[in-house]
Write a protein that binds this ligand. Structure first.
Ligand code: PGA
Length: 252
């Protein structure tokens, strides 16, 4: 059984001192049962501090990005080696904000996914359509294409773990999530699409499918009403310990 995943993307919302306070609050408030996994994604500058704080708790650590080379002259970047030394388990890759503001391309996403898997880190591959693309009826095509490009050359050995997070770009931070049925439909499209490249058993056991975009304690339980969904990627709501722990309780 794959655990239910609750990923907390803190984006660039907190200074390291604030991230430390939130991490301490979450360690105290969040006691995930055996079938739930919680992973926090602070910004790079807070990784070391948060890592120390959650060290003896069941909470896991993730990074919001990574570079594909292991070391060298790559000003401003961080490698898989650094993330591993800091205790990271997972890495967000291709979040729509990175695609939009930092020019992240499908090719870069693919290199990062390959680097993560090579290093034993779990890539969280983010895919999603803009409102424009959706209006033009391109949603399924766009998300399949993003996933296909992200996984080019990825063969998935039995040790590899991958997360696919469907996040409609226009819904992120809007306060208005899509209907659960729509998230399930899109995740099923993506799951079926992966059958072109991987065995059903591999997908079932090693790939987790998440929804992200304005998830909150009021709507979260509805998303877990279908077996295609393995978890959620939360932004805004993960910045308040009380709300995030309430989110988990709603699903227990
Ligand atoms: P949101 O962000 O929950 O604030 O919509 C989700 C995300 O960007 O991962």
């Amino acid at each position: 059984m794959k655990p239910k995943l609750f990923l907390a993307n803190w984006k660039m919302s907190l200074k390291p001192s604030e991230a430390a306070v939130l991490a301490k609050e979450l360690v105290a408030a969040v006691k995930p049962p055996a079938d739930q996994e919680v992973c926090l994604f602070p910004s790079f500058s807070a990784l070391a501090t948060v890592s120390q704080i959650i060290n003896k708790s069941p909470l896991k650590l993730g990074a919001q990005d990574v570079f594909w080379q292991e070391h060298g002259a790559y000003t401003g970047e961080e490698s898989v080696l650094t993330l591993k030394e800091l205790g990271c388990d997972s890495v967000l890759i291709g979040h729509s904000e990175r695609r939009k503001y930092c020019g992240e391309t499908d090719e870069m996403v693919n290199k990062k996914v390959l680097a993560c898997l090579e290093a034993g880190l779990r890539p969280v591959i983010c895919v999603g359509e803009t409102f424009e693309q959706r209006k033009n009826g391109q949603k399924d095509f766009i998300v399949m294409q993003q996933l296909e490009q992200a996984l080019l050359g990825v063969s998935l050995t039995k040790y590899d773990r991958v997360v696919v997070a469907y996040e409609p770009v226009w819904v992120i931070g809007s306060g208005q999530a899509v209907a659960p049925e729509e998230a399930w439909y899109t995740l099923q499209v993506l799951k079926h699409f992966l059958l072109n490249s991987y065995a059903a058993e591999t997908i079932q056991n090693q790939v987790s499918f998440l929804y992200g975009g304005s998830v909150n304690p009021e709507n979260v339980a509805g998303f877990f009403g279908h077996e295609v969904l393995d978890g959620v990627l939360a932004g805004g709501v993960s910045l308040v310990a009380e709300q995030f722990s309430q989110l988990l309780k709603e699903v227990s």
